[in-house]
Design a binder for this molecule. Sequence first.
Ligand SMILES: [Zn+2]
Length: 77
Amino acid sequence: MDVFDRASEKEERDRTDAIATVLEAARPTSLATGTCVDCGEPIEPERLAVMQYAQRCISCQRQQEHRNQVMTGGRRA
Ligand SMILES: [Zn+2]
């Protein structure tokens, strides 16, 4: 094995590592953990079944939607 073979082997290993890192970072948290980003409780399995990328449990999602309504639907100066 000469130096070029070694170099390209190392390059390939580095690239594989880099791809794995990027994929890991791009994966939605809830898919990996099934955990609500707000309260840290497990997201209901029936919710994940219909909404794979859900990041909040049902009650936190309701609160979030309520907050959005308050922010967007309310007073205008
Ligand atoms: Zn929650």
